[in-house]
Every structure is written in C-alpha cells, then in structure tokens.
Write a protein that binds this ligand. Structure first.
Ligand SMILES: *Cc1c(COP(=O)(O)O)cnc(C)c1O
Length: 463
C-alpha cells in the first residue's frame, strides 16, 4: 500500500514512513493510493468478533509489509489492553433508532485513545527496530494531548511536546497533560487558541531544516495512522446493528474532521453507511461550508465543548481531495486561498460530492446543556458536552427506519463544569484516576512564536 499527498507534490511513501512523517513535505496530508474494499461476506463475518480481531481485519490491508501478521495482532492486543470495557467501544440504545457509541473507555477518557494507544505501540515497534529517536510535537484542544502523553510517556526513544491553548482546556484535560512525571513529557501552554497551536505545529513541519534536525514526528490527526485506527469502530458499530444487510447513519461531534473522515473511509471500504452528519458547536465553519459551499474561517469562540473549538479543520482537506477527484493541484489552490484570504469557495461539483455523503448541523450552547439534561432525565445516561452537541443534531437528522449512531466522544467527567451546570450533579472521575486533582503539575508557558518554540524544543532534547 502506498500513500500520496493531498497536494500532489510530495514523494509517495509506504505505511511506516507515512506514519512517521505526519505532514507531507508539500504541506498536504497523506492518504492511501487506493482504498481497499471489503466484500459483503467479509463484513458479515465480523459479526460477534472481538474489537481487536475486527481491528486486525479492517486495518491489515493498509499496513502492507510494515509488520508481520503476528506482530500486528500483538500490537493491537497491547493497544487496547488498558481499556476498561471488554467491548472497547460498546453501543447503547437511547430511544427507537437512536444509539450511542461509547468511545471513552480508554486511559484518558476520550476517543483519541483508540488511535493514540495504537500509534504508541506502532511507533515503539518501528523505532526499536531502527534504533532511531524522534521528537513528537502535537497540537491539542485538550484530548489529543492527554492521549498522546499517556501513549508515549516513559518511552526511551521519544520526546513528546504538546502545545495546548493556555486557559482554554478543561481542568481535567490540563491535569492529564501536566501531572505525568516522566522526563520525556513536555506540556506547553501556548498564548493563543487551538488554531494558533496547530498553525505553529504546521510551521515546524514546513521548516524542513528544523524538521530534519530534531527528527520531527507528528501524531495529530494529520497522521494517517490516527485516522486508520478510527475506521475500526464504525465497523464494529454498524455490524452490531445489522450491517452489511442494513444501512446505518452516523452523527459525529466534529472539530478537525478526523473522526468523521474515518467514517468516510469506512464507507468507501464498503460499509453500508448512508449519511455522515458533522455536528458542530457555534464554531461551525464546517457546517457553514457544507451548507453554502464557502469555507470562511472566523475567530474561535470558546464553548462548553472545547475539543471542537476550531476554525481550521485540517482533515477537511482529505475530504476535499476526494471531492475534487484526487486533484492535488486543485486542493493546493484552495489551501493557498485559505492561508491568504481566510477562506475558499468549493466548486459546484465538489460540493455535490461532499453533500452526497456528509450532512451537518450546529448546536448552540443553551441547547447543549438542555440536551445533557434531557438525556439524563429520559435515559439515565450522562453525556459530555461534545456528545450532547452530536445528539442534538442526531435527533434532528434521523431518518425513518435507519439506525442513527452518535459517537460519544468523551466521558462526562472530563467536562464536569458543563455537566454540573446542566444536571446539577458533578460526574465523578473513574476510581483509577481519582487522585488527579492532588498530583503536582509541571508546565512551560510559551509565546505564540515559532522561533521561541523551536529554541525551547532544541533546549529540551539536548539534555
Ligand atoms: C477531538 C474531539 C472531537 C473532535 O474530533 P475531530 O476528529 O477533531 O473532528 C470531538 N469530541 C471530543 C471529546 C474530542 O476529543
């Protein structure tokens, strides 16, 4: 399997190189040269298998010869061993035809663990083979950072630097990043918002001298391996509700478009997904783009669902690449418009391709709290604010007779303030992390400045 850049001007890479590289050298994102299709009987055969076995069968064709079959199975087993639910991604029914896919049973309580725990294993296997050392730098709106730190803490051939927007993550998110004591973990509070963190990260990748000097590696959802790991739970969920013999729809709380794009890949692989609905909070650039054909970015306004407070939705580029029939030049021009003019216009044909698959909806703050409250009253389920944004859209978009599955992207205890405001009760942390509030924090503040960040990183990896 070879991987190509969405901007068409970077070298083709194999799975392992694409995973280690992160962002392509032309500024694009890597995608598979072609997406393998699973036959109907292969999908039917997934029914009743363990999460790990489904993961193996779904991901195997994408990985090529990077790992032997046996080694890949073992890495998957280790990745999910730390989850506290035997189903890994259990599904719950809320009302007729409305289902919740719980993706928060991993070590840091958000869906990011599904990809990050696996990437941790894959990186470690690959680096111990090559004897190389890498510097991982990640940008986070809260959950990616904690999941990455959890996956890479203490590994001998990796330093991990996480840039998060100062003052804009929840206390639980922050503490998950600042309390690990391992010397290879570096939490950096950047003076800016998430888009600033992501922009400085991209600047570092585009500074090829720096990139090579520190052996920069990326674990944001620009990394194809992240997306791949997330394809799996679309399969387990759809199959448990009758796929391949029955169509299902999904609603996905969306920020950077990585999670929903994984659903798109599952659909391309032959899983009978009807529609994929992107649910946003008031930072609704994706919702507006899908409705109007104009992607125009605004300032980020903080919300109850901070992991979706984004205006530059990186993985949207991968969907555009498909909508423009894999024309890297066309995508490059759009991205140039985005960086010069803060927006771009999607062609009529491409918009048609996008909206054939993707629908969208936006949930305002008051409706988010109302949805948390109502879901708790009616079903007993306490959901996080991101999940509530999704559920509110799912209820509006559900189609008669077609199961609607909403991705429950985080555990409510990760966002206790919003949940308490909605329900009057503070959701408790799972007992294994009950002492999170007592552990000492370690964090470095940094300005929103590329040179300053680069010298900070150089200084830390020298020692
Ligand atoms: C990351 C995250 C999202 C958004 O996912 P994207 O892949 O960035 O669209 C939604 N909810 C939670 C809890 C998250 O951590």
């Amino acid at each position: 399997m070879n991987y190509i850049s969405t901007r068409g001007k970077a070298p083709e890479l194999g799975f392992e190189e694409a995973m280690m590289t992160g962002l392509a050298r032309d500024g694009g994102l890597y995608v598979p040269g072609d997406i393998p299709v699973m036959a109907k009987d292969e999908i039917a055969a997934l029914t009743g298998l363990s999460y790990e076995e489904v993961a193996y069968r779904v991901m195997r064709p994408f990985v090529g010869r990077t790992f032997t079959d046996d080694a890949f199975r073992k890495l998957i087993a280790m990745a999910y061993a730390g989850f506290d639910h035997p189903a890994r991604a259990p599904i719950k029914q809320l009302e007729p035809n409305q289902f919740l896919l719980e993706l928060f049973h991993g070590p840091t309580l958000a869906f990011k663990d599904f990809a990050m725990q696996l990437i941790g294993q894959l990186f470690q296997a690959s680096l111990s083979r090559s004897g190389e050392r890498v510097t991982i730098v990640g940008a986070t709106s809260g959950d990616t950072g904690s999941a990455a730190i959890e996956a890479f803490r203490g590994l001998s051939n990796v330093d991990v630097f996480i840039l998060y927007p100062h003052g804009r993550v929840s206390e639980v998110q922050r503490r998950q990043m600042t309390t690990p004591t391992e010397a290879n973990v570096h939490a950096i509070a950047l003076e800016g918002d998430f888009d600033d963190c992501q922009a400085r990260l991209k600047d570092m990748f585009n500074d090829h001298g720096f990139r090579d000097e520190v052996r920069l590696a990326g674990v944001n959802s620009i990394n194809w391996a992240r997306v791949l790991a997330q394809v799996v739970y679309y399969f387990t969920a759809a199959v448990s509700l009758g796929a391949p013999h029955r169509e299902v729809d999904f609603t996905v709380p969306t920020g950077n478009f990585g999670d929903i794009y994984a659903g798109f890949v599952a659909r391309r692989m032959g899983l009978p997904i009807g529609r994929l609905f992107a649910a946003t909070n008031h930072n609704d650039v994706v919702n507006r783009a899908l409705k109007s054909g104009y992607y125009d970015k605004n300032a980020v306004i903080p919300s109850f669902s901070p992991s979706m407070d984004i205006q530059v939705s990186s993985n949207f580029e991968r969907a555009l690449f498909e909508a423009y029939n894999r024309d890297g030049n066309a995508v490059s021009l759009l991205m140039e418009d985005l960086s010069l003019h803060d927006g771009f216009k999607i062609s009529q044909g491409a918009l048609q391709m996008l909206t054939d698959v993707f629908g969208s909806g936006m949930t305002l703050e008051s409706a988010t709290l109302e949805r948390i409250k109502r879901t708790a009253l009616e079903t007993g389920e306490v959901v996080c604010p991101h999940t509530a944004v999704g559920l509110d859209v799912a209820v509006r978009k559900a189609r008669r007779g077609i199961p609607m599955i909403t991705l429950a992207t985080a555990h409510p205890a990760k966002f206790p303030d919003a949940v308490e405001e909605a329900t009057g009760k503070r959701p408790p942390l799972p007992s294994r992390m009950a002492d999170l509030y007592d552990r000492p924090e370690r964090v470095t503040k940094a300005p929103n400045d590329l040179a300053a960040l680069q010298s900070l990183i150089r200084g830390r990896i020298d020692t």
